[in-house]
Design a protein around this ligand. Sequence first.
Ligand SMILES: CC(C)(COP(=O)(O)OP(=O)(O)OC[C@H]1O[C@@H](n2cnc3c(N)ncnc32)[C@H](O)[C@@H]1OP(=O)(O)O)[C@@H](O)C(=O)NCCC(=O)NCCS
Length: 217
Amino acid sequence: MADQRAGIGGVPREGAVAIALPFTVRPMRVGDIPAVMEIERCSFLSPWPESAYRYELRYGATSQFYVLQPRRPASPPPTWRDRLRDALHRQEPPPVLGYVGLRLRGGDAHISTIAVHPDWRGRGLGLLLLLTAVEKALLCGALRMTLEVRPSNRVARRLYAKVGFVQTGLRRAYYRDGEDAWVMTLGPLKGADIDRLQDLKRAVEARLMREGGLRGL
Ligand SMILES: CC(C)(COP(=O)(O)OP(=O)(O)OC[C@H]1O[C@@H](n2cnc3c(N)ncnc32)[C@H](O)[C@@H]1OP(=O)(O)O)[C@@H](O)C(=O)NCCC(=O)NCCS
């Protein structure tokens, strides 16, 4: 897993301390596919088939996929009372809370997919996943990122706009149901943009810590 102290662009954050967020982002493995498919099916009108993930993980030399996973507490609660309260009230989170995919194309990166489990949306996890993908793309030398989004997907469009993606194109009848796609582009990123993204990532991590964004973990 990437060093939590390293920021977007791999630049160490000034005065950064290692913060133990209650989850981890790591490369997707074949064993994650069933959990990913559960999210996929309730997130997209035309979900990718399971075979597409298997193929990408096995042969997708230019693709990278990451999952966001709850981190188990390192030690059990100290007292039997706490343990009992935990057992009664704790809701087991799903094994995968969200995922993101990117594909490297020349010097650019393309965000191929992103989704968060419906029960875990609206807490900052989608933003964290997207910023992680941007970070990974930058580490591979891609200063420009693109993606496609349905114009009707207001939530995703707002997420992308928050990170700095702007509409740069239109693909007519791109989706199977005939809806157009907006092409959105971020970059080419310069130093100041990377600083801003680093601040955004720091802010979402702080929010997740402050709000107990992963209640129950
Ligand atoms: C798009 C998606 C990944 C966002 O994940 P999320 O964890 O809910 O998003 P976050 O909580 O990180 O929110 C990030 C930003 O997105 C926007 N957003 C999130 N939920 C929103 C809502 N209900 N209404 C409007 N904007 C919203 C906001 O700009 C938000 O920033 P803010 O919290 O500062 O207001 C998630 O909704 C999802 O999985 N959707 C189904 C799959 C999908 O559409 N993927 C994109 C395909 S192009």
